[in-house]
Design a protein around this ligand. Structure first.
Ligand code: FAD
Ligand code: 2HG
Ligand code: ZN
Length: 476
């Protein structure tokens, strides 16, 4: 097997034979071992439809012991495995590259407990984020993370990618919220680090090895997450802004005026919003502006919070930083404005092939690459836009072209990564490295760090069966 599209060769792993399938069926039963081409196909293709594997088998364990038996067997037989959660990853990490066995965690979807006082949620890794959030809300808590893919992504996938999302600004990243983890190593050993304590400095903080390692160091089977209290009051402002400089001035002003109640500060440029409203036939609640800013507050008193946000709007309209805006505290209106923001990632897919970049940049350079890339591609691009988590210094740049061409691809990469590196940014802010970015990690990681990453991989997975061809650069 070799993949022409990827211009690379399969490593020397075993190939799944009927005796292997029989072994898997002896553990999982016939129903949870998929081998029919039609059944397997959806698990081979990623959300963006940029990556397509050729796996012949999908395994659907229901327990940690089953995961352990599967991995122990695969390790002995040198069969490669691709762990898969909700398959919403944007860097090709969740689908096989060649014929790796897909280990789908979707049936490990039980909530085990939620502590009413501390807010510690204990659950299996295949729980869908939105379901966990609904469950948490029934007990007056919320999940500490939220993202557009919440309806399909799994908490195990979130942890494995260290997903950021829309409210990282307020609730921090998963390295902070994740209190404990249970994971299975490549050789089948179950690692029990499923503590639920906020403070625990007993030795190495091993749980962090699994946060953001994208299925290359182990399979996450259970997690303990600290859930914040559900805010009593939520308000959302959506504003039109003249320039990116003013977006930054507004960020500073929002931090000063809204302080501890600020829960999100997102931006989108004119083309991001216009493409979304046009392609999904949804309306923009305000008229056309070069930039849009979305500011959310989570607080405990609706009257106080909306007064603060309204006063902020008044002051900043007087100062000229906000040209126009709307403020919502009714759930339906809040939902529709967030809906517009959360639809941006899929809007461009309707117009052609979308090259997606997810980078961190120092704020003064945050938007710089967007006009630079527009100029570089000229009319070969249908549209180029920038949006994202400006409050966290993370911009998403989407470039839509009528169809994929190698020429445009090689003009964009490594160019973009070189520019990000020159500006002291990160080539992957929150989506990870996966398959698509693995040969560019060195733009953000020193050789010494890459060397340690390889040593860790060798220690945790000496046969390299877990998510091969991902995260670590190819050795040429
Ligand atoms: P998958 O896509 O299935 O897998 C992702 C990676 O994790 C793969 O490498 C896979 O092998 C590994 N993996 C999955 N489950 C496990 C497990 N149990 N054990 C070990 N490894 C595992 N990301 C953000 O950070 N912020 C956003 O705001 C955001 N918004 C998005 C919006 C949309 C519309 C979409 C489509 C994606 C978005 N993403 C975002 C990217 C994606 O949703 C996240 O990366 C998410 O965390 C992936 O979860 P998943 O369950 O779908 O994982
Ligand atoms: C978001 O913030 C996601 O909407 C997706 O991280 C970004 O698709 C993208 O480029
Ligand atoms: Zn994002």
């Amino acid at each position: 097997l070799s993949s022409e599209k990827y211009n690379m060769s399969r490593k020397s792993f075993g190939s799944v034979e009927s005796s292997d399938v029989n072994f898997f069926k002896s553990i999982l039963g016939d129903d949870r071992v998929l081998t029919d081409e039609g059944d397997v196909q959806p698990y081979n293709v990623d959300w963006l439809q940029h990556c397509r594997g050729q796996s012949k088998v999908v395994l659907k364990p229901k327990t940690t012991q089953e995961v352990s038996k599967i991995l122990s067997y695969c390790n002995q037989k040198k069969l490669a495995v691709c762990p898969q959660g909700g398959n919403t990853g944007l860097v090709g990490g969740s689908v096989p590259v060649f014929d790796e066995i897909v280990l789908h965690l979707g049936l490990m979807n039980k909530v085990l407990s939620l502590d009413e006082i501390s807010g510690v949620l204990l659950c299996e890794s295949g729980c869908i984020l939105e379901n966990l959030d609904s469950h948490a809300r029934e007990h007056n808590f919320i999940m500490p993370l939220d993202l557009g893919a919440k309806g399909s992504c799994h908490i195990g996938g979130n942890v494995s990618t260290n997903a950021g999302g829309l409210r990282l600004l307020r609730y921090g990243n998963l390295h902070g919220s994740l209190l404990g983890i249970e994971a299975v190593k490549a050789d089948g050993t179950i690692i029990d680090c499923l503590g639920t304590l906020k403070k625990d400095n007993t030795g190495y903080h091993l749980k962090h090895l699994f946060v953001g390692s994208e299925g290359t160091l182990g399979v996450v089977t259970k997690v303990a997450i600290h859930c914040p209290i559900m805010p009593k009051a939520v308000t959302l402002g959506y504003f039109g802004v003249e320039s990116f400089e003013n977006v930054l001035r507004l960020l500073k002003a929002a931090k000063l005026s809204l302080g501890e109640i600020l829960s999100a500060f997102e931006m989108a440029d004119f083309d991001a919003i216009t493409t979304t409203t046009k392609n999904f036939k949804i309306s923009n609640p305000i008229s056309d502006y070069p930039f849009y800013v979305l500011i959310e507050t989570h607080g405990s008193h609706e009257g106080h919070d909306s007064e603060k946000l309204n006063q902020f709007l008044e002051e900043q309209m007087a100062s000229g930083l906000i040209l126009d805006g709307t403020i919502a505290s009714e759930p339906a209106k809040i939902q529709s404005i967030w809906g517009l923001r959360e639809s941006i990632p899929s809007a461009g897919l309707r117009d052609g092939y979308v090259f997606k970049y997810d980078v961190s940049l120092p704020l003064q350079h945050f938007y710089r690459l967007v006009p630079q890339l527009r100029a570089k591609l000229g009319d070969r691009a249908s549209v180029v836009y920038g949006y994202g988590h400006v409050g966290d210094g993370n911009i998403h740049i989407n470039l839509t072209v009528p169809e994929y061409t190698k020429e445009i691809h090689s003009e964009l990469e490594p160019y973009i990564f070189e520019e990000v590196s020159k500006l002291k940014g990160s080539i992957s802010a929150e989506h990870g490295i996966g398959f698509s970015k693995r040969n560019y990690v060195q733009y953000s990681k020193d050789q010494s760090a890459l060397h340690l990453m390889r040593e860790l991989k060798q220690l945790m997975d000496p046969n390299g069966i877990l998510n091969p061809y991902k995260v670590l650069p190819e050795v040429k």
